[in-house]
Design a protein around this ligand. Structure first.
Ligand code: SF4
Length: 262
């Protein structure tokens, strides 16, 4: 397993493909109170990450579902902090292609992606809540397999880096790049908040980054196998999630996030 140097990828290509911004415009991390939201609206993703890693040091982690945004974020974070802590909410129901992509990313960046598991195995969940809970109550299933494991994992951290973008869903439209998340009791860092899907793909292509092959088979948003279908031409990229339900979020980034969980 080869660790990628901070300034080049495994091909020796330069990773510095965005203008270098002066550090003088950043508030000193030490001077910013623990839960203060700062005005990072004009900051590039790399600048947000650089500031956040200085502020939160080893108590910050990237949560990734290994969509294209997550891959971009990991690539940028690896330039700021070699071998960043990355974790995935391992529901036990991810696509085989996703599991293979995780291994590819681990190899490329010399990291070990932490698999954060639910407290119930699929069999235990079926015994406790009935077979195929996702087909009857996907909110409860997502709570058990994603929200609760995330809460448990974030309890050990001060900052949570996400790859959400404002134009993905209505719930994400007000996302700030650095914001306090009262539900999980951490700072939420959203470096890609103002990026478009096109900009994300531009970065993927420029950097020749790996991505989930399902993307090329009309799966623009990929979650668990049971709850993801390919989209039809013209459909919203997230239309393939939770088919048959009016659900567009797994519950990690919704307004209910204002209800403290700990
Ligand atoms: S996406 Fe579906 S299977 Fe996965 S945790 Fe949510 S409801 Fe359950």
């Amino acid at each position: 397993m080869t660790q990628v140097p901070a300034t080049s990828n495994h091909n020796g290509e330069s990773l510095v493909n965005e203008p270098v911004e002066p550090k003088s415009s950043e508030p000193s991390p030490a001077a910013v109170p623990e839960h203060a939201e700062i005005d990072a609206a004009d900051w590039s993703p790399r600048k947000v990450l650089r500031w956040a890693y200085r502020k939160y040091e080893d108590e910050i982690a990237i949560a990734s579902a290994f969509g294209v945004e997550g891959i971009v974020l990991i690539d940028m974070a690896a330039q700021v902090r070699p071998q960043p802590h990355v974790f995935v909410l391992e529901t036990s129901f991810l696509f085989p292609e996703t599991y293979r992509l995780i291994e590819q990313v681990e190899s490329r960046y010399g990291i070990s992606v932490q698999r954060v598991l639910p407290s119930l195995s699929p069999e235990e969940q079926a015994r406790a809540h009935g077979e195929e809970l996702w087909s009857r109550d996907p909110d409860l299933c997502c709570h058990l397999r994603k929200v609760e494991p995330l809460r448990r994992h974030l309890a050990h951290l001060r900052a949570w880096v996400t790859s959400i973008r404002r134009d993905q869903t209505q719930h994400r439209a007000q996302t700030r790049k650095v914001e306090w998340n009262p539900r999980f009791g951490v700072m939420k860092i959203n470096p890609l908040a103002d990026w478009s899907r096109e900009r994300v793909w531009q970065y993927i292509r420029e950097r020749k980054l790996p991505y989930n092959p399902l993307q090329d088979r009309n799966y623009p948003s990929i979650g668990c196998v049971q709850c993801t279908r390919p989209v039809n031409p013209g459909e919203d990229p997230r239309a393939g999630r939770w088919p048959g339900f009016p659900k567009t979020e797994c519950g990690l980034h919704t307004p209910e996030s204002d209800t403290p969980l700990r």
